[in-house]
Ligand binder design. Structure first.
Ligand SMILES: Cc1cc2nc3c(=O)[nH]c(=O)nc-3n(C[C@H](O)[C@H](O)[C@H](O)COP(=O)(O)OP(=O)(O)OC[C@H]3O[C@@H](n4cnc5c(N)ncnc54)[C@H](O)[C@@H]3O)c2cc1C
Length: 461
């Protein structure tokens, strides 16, 4: 029929699609590793990064020292790509800061990928070409469209053979509210609430917390890192005091597996935090589910729990309660996500903190990460949804397998090439969140309610 272009046969479309790039969302450690894996297999990657440079999210926690050493933080295919360019490998057993991870590895890696990495390119949508999520036909033959917004607001569409979403979760921190939604008054008190580990080497940040009553909320590694840093500040800045606010009823396993942790630096962080708590530098407030933040007459804050307990005269709140994936721009593709964790269905049972024991997850790849939508994968930190125990090593193995799958090498996609370290802690966040009868012995805080109405007197004493 004149003027009407008939559609291609599915086979033709499939062959044409094989020449399209695989779009990788995010130039973080896992996105860049994915690009290196694809390139090695002769598949053309295009990495879209909304930030100004490689590792834009990691750069925002550049002052935090990682508990993994260099050889656990570089991906095999990325190392091969870098080695071919005479990369100076950092000492494998050193522990970099986030900033060093970016400078010494992620930037050179992005440099090696050259024009295949585009900055200032935010992915705002992914869809099947010409089909919304309801349409069945063509889902395995039509390519994907990736909707991109440039820094100047210009919109672009890229046609992709497959999409690996390695956009992380750093941009969507969990709120202070114990029910997962912002606490009453949380937004209004935004100038006194931070969601990142404070960089106390920065004079401005230091001045914000020195001599103040700081409430640290959360129980993961970031919270422990913040506690240890703030205790250091309290030692030299009189009047600094710290309340450590925990949803779970007992402190016990928060400190991790110590010597039993197969990542020694992670175990050591737990031991230092335990020491800080036992030395009485920190007032521990367990079993506290924040419901509201109220300003008081002195311009300070009172945290109120859903049980009516109160933590008064707080100057600053540091909320480190984890992250969640931003799924908003994936609404037109068919994902199969676990209703609890928002992680791929087959992966979720391996990482669920409500049932998962000992912080272990066996390595997994394309099979566990696939969705009803062909060619769409969530990888890296984002693939864990709300589960807290992601390690870069896990992400590197995920993208090795995904790249093999996209390249059609099923055997390599299914092979497991990694053993992951155990935390030495059995039981996870979900389990420990249950109210427990008592606080782990030795920690500084008296049981909940009494501590809560204490005034501005230093917690350490
Ligand atoms: C403080 C901290 C300490 C950690 N320490 C360790 C450790 O010691 N060992 C370990 O193994 N793991 C550690 N992790 C966990 C994990 O390895 C890191 O978070 C890692 O950065 C995750 O890599 P990623 O590539 O999945 O995500 P990210 O590093 O978050 O990278 C995602 C990238 O995607 C970009 N992006 C986001 N949305 C879009 C979009 N819509 N369009 C385009 N680009 C987008 C972001 O700007 C970012 O650059 C730590 C995490 C944190 C937060």
């Amino acid at each position: 029929m004149k003027g009407v272009r008939m559609s291609e046969s599915p086979d033709l479309s499939r062959r044409a699609a094989a020449t399209l790039p695989v779009v990788v969302v995010g130039a973080g450690p896992v996105g860049l590793a994915a690009a290196a894996e694809l390139l090695e297999r002769g598949v053309e990657p295009l990495v879209l990064e909304r930030g100004h440079g490689a590792g834009a999210a990691v750069a925002q926690w550049r002052h935090v020292r990682l508990f993994s050493q260099w050889d656990e933080l570089t991906a095999p295919a990325a190392r091969r790509l870098l080695d071919a360019r005479g990369w100076r490998h950092p000492a494998p057993d050193g522990y970099p800061t986030g900033g060093e991870w970016v400078e010494q590895y992620l930037r050179p890696l992005a440099g090696a990928l050259g024009q295949r990495v585009r900055y200032g390119a935010e992915v705002v949508g992914v869809a099947r070409r010409g089909r919304d999520r309801v349409v069945d036909s063509g889902r395995d033959s039509e390519p994907l469209t990736v909707h991109v917004r440039a820094r100047d607001g210009a919109q672009q569409r890229i046609i992709a053979r497959a999409v690996i979403d390695a956009s992380g979760t750093w941009g969507s921190a969990n709120p202070l509210g114990g029910d997962g939604l912002p606490a009453l008054g949380e937004r209004a008190a935004a100038d006194r609430i931070g969601y990142r580990v404070p960089d106390l080497d920065d004079a401005q940040v230091r001045a914000r917390y020195a001599g103040r009553h700081v409430a640290v909320v959360g129980s993961g590694h970031s919270a422990l890192t913040a506690l240890v840093a703030l205790v250091g500040l309290a030692a030299v800045e009189p009047g600094t005091r710290i309340s450590w606010v925990l949803r779970r009823g007992a402190v016990g396993a928060v400190f991790g597996g110590g010597d039993a942790d197969q990542l020694p630096a992670r175990g050591a962080l737990g031991r230092r935090a335990r020491q800080a708590a036992e030395d009485g530098h920190v007032t521990v407030v367990p079993g506290f589910r924040t419901d509201a933040v109220e300003p008081d007459a002195d311009g300070r804050l009172t945290l109120v729990s859903s049980g009516g307990q109160r933590i008064e005269a707080v100057d600053e709140v540091v909320v480190l309660t984890g992250f969640r994936p931003d799924l908003s721009w994936l609404s037109e593709v068919r994902l199969a996500l676990d209703p609890v964790l928002q992680a791929p269905l087959a992966l979720a049972p391996l990482i669920d903190p409500n049932v998962h024991s000992c912080g272990t997850v066996y390595p997994h790849g394309a099979k566990e990460l696939e969705h009803p939508e062909p060619g769409v994968f969530l990888a890296g930190m984002k693939s864990y949804g709300r589960a807290p125990t992601f390690l870069a090593l896990t992400g590197y193995e995920q993208v090795r397998s995904i790249a093999a799958d996209i390249a059609g090498d099923r055997a390599a996609a299914e092979r497991v090439e990694l053993t992951l370290p155990e935390t030495g802690v059995c039981g996870g966040a979900g389990l420990f969140d249950e109210p427990a009868a008592e606080v782990d012995g030795g920690c500084a805080g008296p049981a909940t309610a009494e501590v809560l109405t204490l005034s501005a007197a230093p917690a350490s004493g």
